[in-house]
Design a protein around this ligand. Structure first.
Ligand SMILES: Cc1ncc(COP(=O)(O)O)c(C=O)c1O
Length: 416
């Protein structure tokens, strides 16, 4: 979810007119955004990258993950969380989520073995993981915590911003995120050396542009440098972020309050780890069964979380097939260093997650929803819930202005 308007067009036009498309020595938009977003997050460093996938791999490179390491990840996340582990030569260990739709701390603790070095906390759909529990487990077992905050732009956990709580965080600014520049991402971190390593992973030549740092030895990597067009757009997007999230939180609160009585029928607000701080791009409900969820979305345009087609481990073909790299010798699944890592996957290995995901639905909010549109949503959620849960016959379903499902609405508001 994001908003775009004339301000973004003006900012990009200025960069093009100045012929200042390169971030080092030519333009200053990327650097300005990095400084501003680091301040927004409350971290010392933010390093822009070309995508969230690049940012995740750079974060894992920065903390030194590689062959011989297992990295715990949740069963429900975009596949880049898993593939970035493979990109650095390590092995993803997939564990269950709980009803919050985020990684289950109990599943993390149960999965830890002698080779486990890190865990990725993914804040799915803008909802925070149980960071207190995860950080405590990490401390007990000496694990690195990487926050995948790609879907958590603008969100928080108990007052701290998502992506700023673990040892390192990664963000995405792709088309579907709360701030976008088309494609983009970045790494958030406090530690100076980790920041330098992340910058090297993002741009192995960054020492040339930004000067050498004797504390960090350069290493080889792929290029994922951001352009000034991205920086310019993100600077405008950052100005919009807080207002947008506040509006969505207010809408979510109104909807949840107005639909709370449906809990008696079986439509329960999905439990959240930090209910007042999420991005609130979605209102999530947990139903008693997959059949009830199917009936709910059949009537009222909304999404069953387990059916998005790309966010559940059963969709990650490369991982399930053991295709961890294009070249067999670079495939972490074949590497002798990974011989002792656990790497057997099956489609039913996280059956508990699938069961939860198939009975959890989400309804999209939008910062520009009018009071009338919100009232219609509330009415329609009630109608769909009563039919789905058997309290009202389908013939009596009187939906109001139900629009086709629109999880990420693109709003281009032009002056002329
Ligand atoms: C949870 C999560 N992690 C990682 C990514 C990867 O980001 P990108 O698409 O910018 O590479 C995404 C993007 O959708 C995501 O949702």
């Amino acid at each position: 979810m994001y908003q775009v308007g004339q301000e973004e067009i003006d900012a990009i036009t200025r960069v093009i007119r100045a012929k200042a498309l390169f971030r080092y020595g030519v333009g200053h938009e990327c650097e300005r955004f990095e400084t501003r977003y680091a301040k927004h997050l409350g971290v010392k460093h933010f390093a822009l990258a070309a995508s969230g996938s690049n940012a995740l791999a750079a974060a894992m490179t920065a903390v030194g993950l590689g062959p011989g390491d297992e990295v715990i990840i949740p069963s429900h996340t975009y596949m880049a969380t898993a593939t970035s582990v493979l990109t650095v030569g390590a092995i993803p260990l997939i564990v269950d989520i709980d009803e919050t739709i985020t990684i289950d701390p109990k599943a993390i603790e149960a999965a830890i073995g002698p080779r486990t070095r890190a865990v990725v906390a993914v804040h799915m759909w803008g909802a925070a993981c149980d960071m207190n529990a995860i950080m405590a487990i990490a401390q007990r077992h000496n694990l690195i915590v990487i926050e995948d905050a790609c879907q958590g732009v603008g969100g928080g956990y108990e007052g701290r911003k998502l992506g700023s709580i673990g040892h390192i965080g990664a963000f995405s600014f792709n088309y579907y995120k709360n701030m976008t520049c088309g494609e983009g991402g970045g790494v958030a971190v406090n530690d100076d050396v980790l920041a330098e390593r992340a910058r090297c992973a993002i741009d192995p030549c960054h020492f040339y542009w930004q000067g050498r740092n004797d504390a960090v030895k350069p290493f080889s990597g792929n290029g994922a440098r951001a352009s000034e067009l991205m920086g310019a757009m993100l600077n405008v997007q950052l100005d919009r972020l807080d207002g947008m999230v506040q509006a969505m939180r207010a809408e979510k609160k109104t909807i949840l309050e107005a639909t709370s009585s449906l809990g008696n029928l079986g439509l329960k607000a999905t439990p959240m780890n930090s209910p007042d701080h999420d991005c609130a791009t979605q209102v999530m409900y947990t139903l008693p069964s997959a059949d009830a969820a199917r009936r709910f979305v059949a009537l009222f345009p909304s999404v069953i979380i387990g059916k998005t087609g790309r966010h559940t481990y059963t969709e990650w073909d490369q991982v399930l097939m053991g295709a961890g790299a294009a070249h067999p010798a670079m495939n972490p699944f074949n590497m002798p260093a990974n011989a002792e890592c656990r790497k057997t996957y099956s489609r039913d290995m996280c059956a508990k997650s699938l069961e939860i995901l198939d009975r959890t639905v989400m309804v999209a909010t939008h910062p520009e929803h009018t009071a009338g549109e919100i009232a219609d949503l509330i009415h329609n959620i009630g109608v769909a819930a009563r039919v789905a849960l058997g309290a009202t016959p389908i013939e009596e379903a009187d939906l109001r202005n139900a629009k086709p499902v629109d999880v990420q609405k693109f709003d281009l508001k032009l002056d002329a």
